[in-house]
Design a protein around this ligand. Structure first.
Ligand SMILES: N[C@@H](CCC(=O)N[C@@H](CS)C(=O)NCC(=O)O)C(=O)O
Length: 227
């Protein structure tokens, strides 16, 4: 089994958390994709994922999956003991409902703010993610406002429950966690979000979150992003 991703990126972390929780790290070969040079938009990668995004899972028989939710669904079920996707009809449905909320209200606006409201991943990716058009930056900033509203919403949700969907850590918690890291890096987190901060500190200590592989950006990526 092979995973194509880039160390330290938010969606890579989603899958690496699942792999760590399932004890699958040693069964996986990682192939790093240089997102900053737009390798994910070149024909070799587009042949595997026409959307041109990581992570991507490739099985030994050539079966390919993209989209973190779909990859998580697959990985979570390979041992017949789903930890993140729920088992009863109500739990599964609640997980998917909250998952969609986190993506729509937080992860997607944060991603848009990063790519449209800031220099994003830089010049090589600009033709795909940061093309210049009238109002581009304003739209990015508005998506940043939406992300702030999303943060306020999840802060309220977590004021009186331990995790987003169930009493245990499930798929939408993974998505919220990586969204918080992403939002923090680009300066969207406010000190008023105390429930989120407490929840984040608790999740930081979960062994499969703490011990996941590929936590940090590669030094060369850091240098290119800050240069
Ligand atoms: N909906 C996708 C989002 C994947 C995504 O946005 N991945 C980022 C890395 S964190 C990426 O490949 N960005 C490069 C690009 O947009 O070209 C998923 O759930 O996996």
């Amino acid at each position: 089994m092979k995973i194509y991703d880039r160390e330290g990126t938010p969606n890579a972390a989603r899958i690496r958390i699942v792999l760590a929780a399932k004890g699958l790290d040693d069964s996986v070969e990682f192939e790093t994709v240089d997102l900053i040079s737009a390798a994910q938009k070149q024909p070799a990668f587009l042949a595997k994922n026409p959307i041109g995004k990581t992570p991507l899972l490739e099985l030994d028989d050539g079966f390919i999956l993209s989209e973190s939710t779909a990859i998580t669904e697959y990985l979570d079920h390979v041992d017949g003991k789903p930890m993140f996707m729920g088992t009863t009809p109500r739990d599964r449905a609640t997980i998917l409902m909250m998952q969609r909320r986190v993506e729509q209200l937080l992860l997607e606006p944060v991603d848009d703010f990063f790519h449209y409201g800031t220099p994003g991943l830089g010049k090589a990716l600009a033709p795909w993610r940061m093309p210049e058009w009238d109002g581009r930056r304003e739209w990015g900033l508005r998506r940043g406002d939406m992300a702030r509203n999303g943060l306020a919403y999840f802060n309220r949700v977590l004021a009186d429950r331990p995790y987003l969907a169930l009493d245990t850590f499930t798929l939408p918690d993974i998505t919220l966690y990586i969204s918080l890291i992403f939002a923090e890096v680009i300066g969207l987190i406010s000190s008023e979000q105390t429930s989120l901060a407490a929840w984040r500190a608790k999740v930081d200590e979960l062994p499969f979150v703490k011990n996941r592989t590929g936590r940090a950006l590669r030094p060369e990526d850091l240098a290119r992003l800050s240069g």
